[in-house]
Design a protein. Structure first.
Length: 80
């Protein structure tokens, strides 16, 4: 399975929760902490993120950056 992760610009997030609804892996939740504007911000709640980027696409403030783990490469066998 492909693994991913997100980085949230917590100072930009305004707690609209669109990303939580868009996540097919159900790996996002609202943090109990507040940002400088007194909004709860989104955070990963588990490690099931696949890097699908749905959360980043729907974020109206572009507060989410998605990173995807590189696919493992299989060594090519030498031709005999």
């Amino acid at each position: 399975m492909i693994r991913g992760t997100i980085i949230v610009a917590t100072d930009i997030c305004k707690a609209c929760e669109l990303c939580i609804s868009a996540c097919p892996q159900d790996c996002l939740e609202m943090s109990p902490n507040l940002n400088a504007k007194s909004y709860h911000y989104v955070q990963l709640k588990n490690d099931t993120c696949t890097g699908c980027v749905n959360c980043a696409i729907v974020c109206p403030d572009s507060a989410i950056t998605v990173y995807r783990q590189a696919k493992p490469t299989t060594p090519k066998s030498a031709a005999v």
